[in-house]
Write a protein that binds this ligand. Structure first.
Ligand code: GDP
Length: 451
């Protein structure tokens, strides 16, 4: 890493202070050239200094400068952070004066990328930095912190260590093939350890599904024919008049999104345009959109008017939804009932109305129950939190299962070792022990500049 990079690390806008961060081997001397106050090249590491940033004999801003010397810094390189006044003009002027010194503007995520490439953090920790910045709930923040502190990394390292030991044992076996005993011991051991590993990887994958819920929330779609009370339910859940409630059928044309939290887990709610046969072109597009949303949803709230018998439209909807991820909401139970819970055997059903707070609470309780939110919330285990990590874990599981199959089918032990080595590498890829430049570049592009 030759060049020096600089970026504004705080959000752009007016605020009390902004931080301009520079990383690289010349960062201290570069800022020293612009700084009036003391000789920054002579100060101790991790100290803060008061002074001014000056360019062409003109004071640009009054600043506090933090000097952090390699290697105990975020990027492991020398880092200087200039705390300047938070106005957009002042901050940009400080940045510009540093750029004028030949420093390059950092790309998105480049500080974190350097931290990774210089071995300061692994890939899951780098991803956790972004998750932490983007976390929208306390549970998501907690999960990101766990990952950032290296919990998942050490867990994966422990799995890799087991495989490494196993591979060493196999190596001995291959080197001393004349001893039948060793081969027998090896096969038994390989089988036992592989089975243990399979349980552990399975568990990690299962827990990671909760991790996704913690991080991204539950994608929830409300669906039902017009006038059954979808908007009212949405309003009650969200607690504000976001959807417009009217008596005229088909008013909710647009897809409205709202966010609530249940036990610290985000519920991202989408109200659909409804699903019904229509000749209206615009409405047709809405219907198609709604059908797609049903497919992608984690949770479907299918609202029915319990004071009316089921209509053809209701039956069609019941056909469209996946039972396992659907709650049938029998709304308007304050009126004389025509539908009861009994008629929906095998479905998750909630009988409710939007006129009382109990109605909303019973719906929330059902959601908590289905997604086991109490357990998710209290679980402090770190899980894999994105598709990249999860798909590598799934692949590792497959190669491990192939190794187990190989043992069971009495394949030569060195063939089994190939699958084990692949499992070892795939687990390594999760934490970035092996990686391709393309993936790394793509990954850090999604970061914000200055991080
Ligand atoms: P949508 O078209 O499915 O979104 O239905 P709305 O939320 O717009 O509600 C349609 C009508 O039903 C409105 O007049 C609401 O006030 C009424 N409504 C909604 N929920 C209930 C309920 O639980 N009980 C009763 N009695 N009326 C309700």
């Amino acid at each position: 890493m030759e060049d020096n990079i600089v970026a504004i690390s705080t959000a752009i806008g007016v605020g009390a202070i902004s931080i301009v961060r520079i990383s690289g081997k010349d960062s201290i001397s570069i800022i020293n050239d612009l700084f009036v106050g003391c000789d920054l090249t002579k100060v101790a590491s991790h100290t803060i200094h008061y002074g001014y940033i000056k360019e062409n004999d003109k004071i640009i801003d009054e600043v506090l400068v933090t000097v952090m010397k390699s290697p105990k810094t975020f990027t492991t390189e020398d880092i200087v952070e200039v705390n300047c006044h938070g106005g957009i003009i002042a901050t940009n002027k400080v940045l510009k004066s540093i750029l004028n010194k030949g420093v390059r503007l950092a790309e998105a995520g480049e500080f974190t990328k350097r931290a990774f490439l210089n071995g300061r953090i692994d890939l899951t920790q780098a991803e956790a930095v972004m998750d932490l910045i983007e976390s929208k709930t306390d549970s998501a923040r907690n999960q990101a912190v766990n990952q950032l502190t290296g919990k998942i990394s050490s867990y994966i390292e422990s799995l890799r260590l087991k495989i490494k030991n196993l591979l060493a044992t196999i190596e001995v076996n291959i080197d001393y093939p004349e001893y039948y005993d060793i081969e027998q011991i090896t096969i038994e051991k390989v089988k036992k350890v592989c089975q243990e590993l399979e349980v552990e990887i399975n568990q990690m994958i299962d827990e990671s599904k909760n991790g996704k819920i913690i991080k991204e929330g539950i994608k929830t779609v409300i669906v039902g024919r017009p006038n059954v009370g979808k908007s009212s339910i949405l309003n009650n859940l969200i607690g504000e008049d976001k959807a417009i409630v009217t008596d005229i059928e088909g008013t909710t044309r647009d897809i409205i999104e709202g966010n609530i939290q249940i036990d610290g887990i985000a519920l991202n709610i989408i109200d659909t345009a409804g699903i019904r046969k229509t000749t209206n072109k615009i409405e047709e597009i809405g219907v198609q959109k709604s059908l797609n949303l049903l497919k992608e949803a984690d949770l479907i709230l299918l609202v029915l008017n319990s004071s009316e018998s089921l209509t053809e439209n209701d039956y069609n909807l019941l056909k469209e939804v996946n039972k396992d991820k659907t709650i049938i909401v029998l709304n308007k139970n304050d009126l004389k009932p025509k539908l009861t819970e009994k008629e929906f055997d095998g479905y998750n059903v909630v009988s409710t109305n939007t006129l009382s707070i109990e109605g909303v609470n019973s719906l929330k309780s059902k959601i908590k129950e289905i997604f086991n939110l109490e357990k998710i919330k209290s679980s402090d285990r770190t899980s894999l939190t994105n598709i990249r990590q999860l798909s590598l874990a799934e692949q590792a599981k497959k190669t491990l299962q192939s190794a187990i199959k190989g043992v069971n089918n009495h394949l030569p032990i060195d063939m089994v070792a190939i699958d084990l080595k692949a499992t070892f590498d795939l687990l390594g890829e999760i934490i970035g022990k092996t990686y391709s430049d393309e993936i790394i570049n793509h990954l850090f592009e999604n970061f914000c500049v200055g991080k």
